[in-house]
Design a protein around this ligand. Structure first.
Ligand code: BG6
Ligand code: MG
Length: 218
């Protein structure tokens, strides 16, 4: 039996940063003269920063020159970072710290596989960065999820065969990317939206150590 490896998405899997992304995008939308709801924010989950802005502008029916887009993306990120830099370990999603520690203690390799360019900063802020065997984030890829690039690079860094990798994701694009990569996908959240996942869980609290043991066995 070849060795299993785990790849974790960050936002919505390890920590709930979606609420901070939402606050920052909402302010930007309001500054541009339109509203942005929490339901609409679902569309931005798992999506790169550039694509998030495009979706937001489509919602507001606003078109902007490229230079202006770059500037407001920077403003949005600065606003977002004000929340991120105040985050602590108490914001790690339920059960996830235990899972990461279990994997570490049992020498099961794991990587981050995130679209965020702030991933390293967030993991440092949460004091989790040293636990990871590899980190692949928005700075390391040229193609965003649902392209499998981020997960394939992670598998390579872990020296793992993609079919032995288990991906934990909360976004539709992320589950799709894992499936295309030929990995086992675990979808956290809305079962209907994430029905392409191999395994569905309502929340991270359901990702128990017993489940991890089963996944390693199979
Ligand atoms: C993903 C989030 O993990 O990262 C998206 O789910 C976000 O909502 C994307 O847009 C990019 O994040 P960042 O931190 O580089 O702006
Ligand atoms: Mg996510």
């Amino acid at each position: 039996m070849s060795k299993k490896a785990f790849i974790f998405d960050l936002d919505g899997v390890i920590v709930d940063t979606a609420k901070y992304h939402y606050k920052a995008w909402k302010k930007l939308a309001n500054d541009l003269g339109f509203d942005f709801t929490e339901t609409q924010n679902e569309l931005l989950k798992g999506v790169s920063r550039v694509r998030s802005l495009e979706i937001l502008l489509e919602i507001g029916n606003v078109s902007l020159p490229e230079g202006e887009k770059t500037k407001i993306m920077q403003d949005k990120n600065e606003h977002y970072l004000q929340y991120i830099t105040k985050m602590g370990q108490e914001e790690i999603l339920e059960g996830m710290y235990k899972v990461l520690l279990y994997l570490k203690k049992n020498n099961i390799p794991f990587s981050l596989g995130s679209a965020s360019k702030n991933a390293r900063l967030i993991l440092t802020q949460l004091d989790l960065i040293d636990l990871f065997d590899a980190i692949v984030d928005g700075n390391d890829v040229s193609k965003a999820k649902p392209d499998p690039e981020v997960f394939l690079i992670a598998a390579q860094k872990l020296n793992a065969n993609p079919k032995d990798c288990i991906v934990i994701e909360d976004a539709i694009a992320g589950v799709e990317a894992a499936n295309i990569a030929g990995m086992t996908s675990i979808g956290i959240g809305d079962k209907k939206a994430l029905n392409a996942a191999d395994i569905n869980l309502d929340s991270t609290a359901e990702l128990t150590i017993d489940m991890i043991k089963e996944l390693i066995k199979n």
